[in-house]
Design a protein around this ligand. Sequence first.
Ligand code: GEK
Length: 244
Amino acid sequence: MSEISRDSLYAEPHSTIGDFVFDENVANVFDDMIRRSVPGYGSIINMLGVLTGQYAQANTVCYDLGCSLGAGTLAMRRFVVQPGTRIIAVDNSPAMVNKCRQNIVRSNLTAPVEILCEDITRIPLEPASVVAINFTLQFVPPEERQGLIQGVNDALVPGGILVISEKLAFDDPAEEQAQVELHHAFKKLNGYSDMEIAQKRTALENVLIPDTEQTHRERLKTAGFAHHHVWFRCFNFASMIAYK
Ligand code: GEK
């Protein structure tokens, strides 16, 4: 990544707060926003690279679905050495895709990368060995999530993996409240004010719809994954690996 601009999109009081959109304003500060908002983001990105090195197979595709600025794509690219393996990064925000293209061109890594400005629920997937859906399923309409995960399982070759990271909801209201409070304390520690946190929360309310861990587990099972487990968790954020 090149220059990192500080996220102050919700630092001033807004009279009305519209739904959060991945436009140019967000793309310009996204790297700072996600690092200060998602606990463990840097570790998850780095380990996505390591997992890609372990599971990528020759002559298959590694997908980064919901690639934003390409942090995951670059981590994958660092570790792809298998012959004939390509990375395909997909996002449906033109602002994100434009900046992602610049980040990929600037890097001096060599594994082939294709970047598509498409809806991840609408693209046919090629035979794949590693698929990453990093903090993106939560933005897909709930009724389309099973179909997407089913499509990923169908596209994976034997021995392939899906790495899926998400914000989680909890059935137990007391746990939900405690985890949200911990997450807000984390954001405050990273320099966001109470007002910024509250305004961003309102903006995301109808846009980011988290599932419970149980819902994720059932969806992966229904899609036919042989087994899966959580490999990272902090507050209401988790990342899972699902094995074909
Ligand atoms: C990272 N993975 O840095 N099709 C394609 N893209 C979509 C769709 C869709 N249906 N819905 C949302 N997006 C990245 C972070 S951010 C997470 C992912 C966050 C895209 C959207 O445009 C945005 O770029 C991304 O998913 C979600 O590891 O903002 O918390």
